[in-house]
Ligand binder design. Structure first.
Ligand SMILES: [Mn+2]
Length: 458
């Protein structure tokens, strides 16, 4: 069986269902997956409800309703089939749409997953999109939301744009008229909402001497090029609204700057995805900023708000989502200040800090990522925090950058291995990963992570 057969089979199962319960994850990929699946199922005339979980583990299995509905697990489930089995779910009441590596399981649950077929750059939102399109070709309007999920799950980062099946979704979005793909845009976050100099100074992929982490340097850079930083009415301009010649002047100067420092220009450009049906300078205007808004909703326990925004809600719910985003940024700024003020402990291949119970574990990783650029960016950063709901556990978040990944660092591998040695669990990506460990193992664990990073760089 191939991926397309799995997609067709899933559409068939959904069509034949009396009612459906969707169980999804609270990050941008999970929220977009849920929005796509729920919309497509409702359009097919099947009653559907949904449930969000932070992760699928024994404690959160209670979110899975005990009824006769078809349970559709999205962005989770593949790696937790044993839990479905323990719960006594039968083959004909489960459908898994996921992109995580499947764990072996006795019960042959129906699944759509690109990974076994080599489609490793397709997130759950992408899988959900193909099932939705199979249910009804009119569901191509959901391509935009699928792109947000894929970009939010870092499917475009390594390859500087979506590739493979995810690129097919982009083509659908372009044909539908809601998506604009800019082939060689600046590889930078915040091109629709951030002042250009802020955008440039926050970017560390690639790292540009004199601009990265240097907001004044970035401002001077723009004024040297005679690019006006503000509009006539005094508002800061964003990258997206600059003229073609202004963009060209900036990127040419950045190329020169990188070459002068002997740095590669490989990562200066990337494909970006603009949603032409969203207002300019809105966080919904491009895929990566839209994903941040959804992550803000999910990390502060309001995934449904994000889901409603995906489904087109632009009224009071959208204002609440904007509030979540601003609040999210304020607390992350505080966390960043705390990390920098407190300082990290440096080991040979690692820098770390324990923030205790001051910040929710759902945002600690983001703070770690931001702090890295302001600390010794050559060493991966590890931040620990305690979990108020379980004082015996410590949540570990790690972040590094493309520079280290290119040199062999893989944080997911490190954390999975090191946490496994203490009966904990980890996951993520080479550049960003997290894990849970027993609290009393912290010290041994830190030293082990340092050792594993040294081995990876050897
Ligand atoms: Mn995902």
């Amino acid at each position: 069986m191939g991926f397309s057969e799995e997609v067709r089979g899933a559409a068939e199962t959904i069509r034949n269902a009396e009612t459906v319960s969707v169980i999804s994850h609270i990050d941008a990929d999970g929220i977009t997956s849920e929005a796509i699946v729920r919309t497509a199922i409702a359009r097919a005339g099947v009653p559907v409800t949904s449930h969000f979980v932070r992760q699928l583990e024994p404690l959160t299995m209670k979110a899975v309703p005990e009824d006769d509905s078809l349970k559709v697990f999205v962005d989770l489930g593949a790696g937790q089939q044993n839990l479905l089995e323990e719960r006594g779910l039968s083959v004909d009441e489960v459908l898994i749409l996921d992109h995580h590596v499947a764990q072996p399981c006795e019960t042959p649950y129906q699944q759509v997953n690109g990974v076994p077929y080599g489609h490793t750059k397709l997130s759950a939102a992408g899988v959900a999109y193909f099932v939705a399109r199979e249910l009804d070709s009119a569901n191509v309007d959901l391509a935009k939301i699928a792109i947000v999920g894929n970009v939010g799950d870092m499917m475009a980062r390594e390859t500087l744009g979506l590739v493979g099946l995810a690129a097919e979704i982009v083509e659908d979005g372009i044909a539908h008229g809601s998506v604009l793909a800019i082939r060689k845009d600046l590889n930078c976050y915040g091109t629709s909402t951030r002042p250009v100099h802020v955008c440039l100074s926050y970017n560390d992929d690639p790292r540009i001497p004199g601009i990265t982490n240097d907001m004044r340097g970035a401002e001077r850079f723009l004024s040297r090029l005679e690019v006006a930083s503000k509009t006539v009415d005094g508002r800061y301009r964003v990258w997206e609204e600059l003229g073609r010649d202004e963009k060209k002047a900036i990127t040419s100067a950045l190329v020169q700057q990188l070459l002068a420092n002997g740095e590669s220009v490989d990562r200066l450009f990337a494909e970006s995805y603009i949603f032409v049906d969203e207002p300019e300078r809105s966080p919904l205007r491009n895929a990566s900023e839209f994903a941040t808004l959804l992550n803000a909703c999910g990390r502060w326990a309001k995934p449904r708000i994000g889901s409603s925004v995906c489904c087109g809600d632009r009224g009071t719910v959208y204002r609440e989502a904007e509030y979540m985003l601003n609040n999210h940024r304020t607390i992350i700024r505080e966390l960043l200040g705390f990390i920098l003020e407190t300082g990290v402990t440096e080991l040979s291949h690692l820098q770390y800090l324990h923030v205790g119970d001051r910040y929710p574990d759902t945002i600690v990783g983001i703070g770690a990522g931001m702090a890295l650029g302001k600390l010794n960016w050559r060493k991966p950063i590890l931040i620990m925090c305690t979990l108020p709901e379980d004082p015996t556990l410590t949540k570990v978040s790690m972040r590094t950058n493309e520079w280290s990944v290119r040199r062999g660092v893989d944080l997911q591998a490190v954390l999975t291995l090191a946490s496994g040695e203490h009966g904990g669990g980890g996951g993520g990506h080479p550049i960003a990963a997290g894990a849970f460990i027993p609290r009393d193992a912290e010290e041994v664990f830190i030293n082990r992570v340092n050792e594993l990073l040294r081995d990876q760089l050897a």
